[in-house]
Design a protein around this ligand. Structure first.
Ligand code: URA
Length: 215
């Protein structure tokens, strides 16, 4: 169950997704549960994010007879979490797309320019123009880090890019789509707004701190 809210944005409204998100939002959910829920929620979002993967017909033998089946057609996927909170979503994707290659994108914010700066980028081979990238960034807040991460995988040659996030703010969607109108966004919710400190409200707080028990 999903809703296309605006071009390129899919909000997954399936009851399981919304149920798990409700516990992620709850400030009393402890780290151990938060981590598990973030992965489970990402798995469900991945189901939606991969729904247009092309399939091809193959012929196999069941124990009873030969039959035609559908298999994903030579799909090469790179999953790229944005450090550090995106790491909390990685296992969720890999449990469904186990053959995916994995890339890592580390960004920090320059306090003078407020722009994201890459401090670590290690991506798999994307330059063959055949690999589709799934970027993982749990909170699409200002959209600056997601946009920089998308730019990194595009520069490396990704054929298409889907951003999977847990919660998005309207400001982040606008910024990301302004810079990368071709990127598809899959999320469990679009929240009201960003507050003056750049947090999504109502949101779920700092995703990294909640995943790793830091403050
Ligand atoms: N990053 C987070 O972890 N949470 C927010 O609300 C915004 C950015």
């Amino acid at each position: 169950m999903s809703t296309e809210t605006a071009t390129g944005v899919t909000v997954v409204t399936h009851p399981l997704v919304q149920h798990k998100l409700s516990y992620l939002r709850d400030k009393d959910t402890p780290t151990v549960h938060f981590r598990k829920l973030a992965n489970e929620l990402t798995l469900l979002l991945t189901y939606e994010a991969t729904k247009d993967f092309p399939t091809e017909t193959a012929e196999i033998e069941t124990p009873l007879e030969r039959t035609e089946v559908q298999r994903i057609a030579g799909k090469k996927v790179a999953v790229c979490p944005v450090l550090r909170a995106g790491l909390g979503m990685l296992d969720g994707v890999l449990s469904l797309v186990s053959s995916a290659r994995v890339g890592f994108i580390g960004l920090y914010r320059d306090e003078e320019t407020l722009q994201p700066v890459e401090y670590y980028v290690k991506l798999p081979e994307l330059g063959d123009g055949e690999r589709d990238a799934i970027v993982l960034d749990p909170m699409l807040a200002t959209g600056r880090s997601s946009a920089a991460a998308v730019a990194a995988v595009k520069n490396a040659g990704a054929r298409s890019v889907t951003l999977v996030c847990l919660v998005a703010a309207p400001e982040g969607i606008e910024h990301l789509q302004g810079e990368h109108p071709d990127v598809r966004i899959v999320t469990a919710a679009v929240d009201r707004e960003l507050n003056e400190r750049g947090y999504i409200v109502p949101g779920l707080g700092d995703a990294g701190d909640r995943l790793y028990g830091t403050k």
